[in-house]
Design a protein around this ligand. Structure first.
Ligand SMILES: Cc1ncc(COP(=O)(O)O)c(C=O)c1O
Length: 465
């Protein structure tokens, strides 16, 4: 990077955070954030490095070097260090602003620093944080009551994450089969899951997760899982067996797998096939549930109801939680000591989840998600439909995917450099949008603009391969 060559004097620069961006025409530009907080974009066609920027960028560099030294290398992280957020905006250590279309992988549904979430955290932290499940605590009971009142379920078990919720669902399904078939020497223990599924990383949940490379280094994982093509009714007919199949696990809308929606016919078929085989139907709504589709539960739009539903990501406004919602029939198979968790359902996380659920379950909030999602998809189709490399734009509400005929990584990187955070999904060829549900229409428009301006990067990267 060259030294300063612009007419702004150094004292002005010293007052500013400097941000270099890709503009749509890919010329160099600056965002100059005046200390009052007002952001002015100036297109200067120069390369600038102020002393402020240099000192600041060292902070990120140092953090990333320390991460490389001290953290187990399980993540290929994007090279930014995020330090604060407000609404749909995130800021890195240098004060660069990003429009967040990831919400922590479908977690921060109310955005960053939502005032009600913040208040719930502070008030409850000042009151009671943790007591274990040796004792009762009111926020846990109230959260279970609210979840039951707003769903098909009769009872709730709390966990700390999505994979743990699925792990509990696996155990509940096996126990249910044992309990319901007391005279069977070998009650049903097997599971059916689907291509492109993602259910988590622990030994049971990963066994239900379709990607071979997530499972094979850790084998043997839980045995007895058969993978069937998502949406293929005939293939399910061929493998579901009374006395063998304990449960069928399915995401009504697959997230990691590439934003693929089940059809109504498929979910209806699974319901009746499970009933015929005495198997349980488990909906994993860890990513697609709790308002993401514009319905409180993704399965509502299908009019098909499960025996078990697993939840996690958005439930506590960014704090770790999982939940397994079950019918009375399933719950009656579970006894003291069958499952448990030290941390799960603690007063702090449950109080924050109550605040989150209260906001998201408001019908006006849910219809705003539908409206914003429809507008977003329409604009994406207008701007990107028919463009090279764009195969399909799909999804519901604010879980939207753009399937490409090439890897999405160069586009995701270019968007990030232009101040827009998006995710990949599928086989790395899908751009995934799971913004905070409070995102504004203007922010969604801005995301479409940045994405459109960055799209030509795909030509460059595919021609250089
Ligand atoms: C559908 C689904 N199930 C389960 C999980 C696992 O959740 P966690 O990462 O909280 O364990 C995920 C995570 O992405 C998911 O998308």
């Amino acid at each position: 990077m060259s030294s300063t060559r612009i007419s702004l004097n150094q004292s002005t620069l010293n007052m500013c955070y400097i941000r270099r961006q890709f503009l749509p025409d890919r010329e160099r530009s600056l965002n100059v954030k005046i200390s009052s907080g007002r952001v002015t974009r100036a297109s200067l066609n120069v390369e600038v490095e102020s002393p402020v920027e240099k000192a600041a960028s060292n902070k990120s560099k140092e953090a990333m070097e320390a991460a490389a030294k001290f953290l187990v290398g399980t993540y290929a992280r994007a090279p930014i260090v995020l330090s604060s957020g407000k609404g749909s905006k995130l800021y890195d250590l240098e004060g660069r602003e990003y429009l967040d279309m990831t919400s922590g992988i479908a977690v921060n549904s109310l955005g960053h620093s939502d005032p009600d979430v913040v208040k719930a955290v502070i008030d409850q932290a000042n009151t009671l944080v943790h007591v274990s499940n040796v004792y009762y605590s009111v926020p846990q009971i109230e959260l279970a009551r609210r979840l039951v009142e707003s769903s098909f379920a009769d009872r709730v078990f709390f966990s700390n994450s999505g994979t743990e919720a699925n792990e509990a669902a696996i155990k509940f399904a096996r126990k249910f089969q044992r309990h319901s078939n007391p005279n069977e020497k070998e009650p049903a223990t097997e599971f059916i899951a689907f291509t492109n599924s993602f259910h988590g990383r622990t030994m049971g949940a990963v066994a239900l997760t379709s990607k071979e490379q997530y499972r094979s280094p850790f084998e043997p994982v839980m045995p007895g899982v058969t993978f069937v093509e998502y949406g293929n009714i005939q293939a399910v007919k061929e493998v579901i067996r009374k006395g063998k199949t304990a449960a069928v696990f399915v995401e009504p809308i697959q997230g990691e797998g590439g934003i693929r929606s089940a059809t109504k016919e498929f979910l209806q078929f699974l319901r009746s096939a499970c009933d015929d085989a005495g198997a349980l139907l488990v909906f994993d709504e860890v990513q697609c549930g709790l308002g993401r589709t514009g319905c409180l539960w993704a399965h509502e739009a299908y009019g098909v109801f499960p025996d078990i539903m697993t939840l996690a990501k958005p439930l506590a406004g960014g704090m770790p939680i999982g939940a397994v919602l079950v019918t009375e029939r399933v719950s009656s198979a579970i006894n003291y000591g069958d499952h448990g968790s030290t941390f799960a359902g603690g007063p702090l996380v449950c109080q924050v989840a109550l605040a989150t659920l209260h906001k998201i379950s408001n019908p006006n909030f849910l219809s705003s998600v539908t409206k914003k999602g429809e507008g977003f998809k329409r604009k994406l189709a207008e701007k990107l439909g028919g463009k090279p490399h764009v195969k399909e734009i799909r999804g519901l509400g604010l879980i939207i995917g753009i399937e490409l005929d090439v890897s999405a990584s160069p586009l995701v990187d270019a968007c990030r450099e232009s101040g827009l955070l998006v995710l990949t999904a599928g086989k790395g060829n899908v751009v995934r949008f799971v913004p905070p549900l409070i995102v504004s229409e203007q922010e969604l428009d801005q995301a479409v603009e940045i994405l459109t301006s960055c799209l030509p990067i795909l030509d460059e990267s595919s021609s250089s391969n």
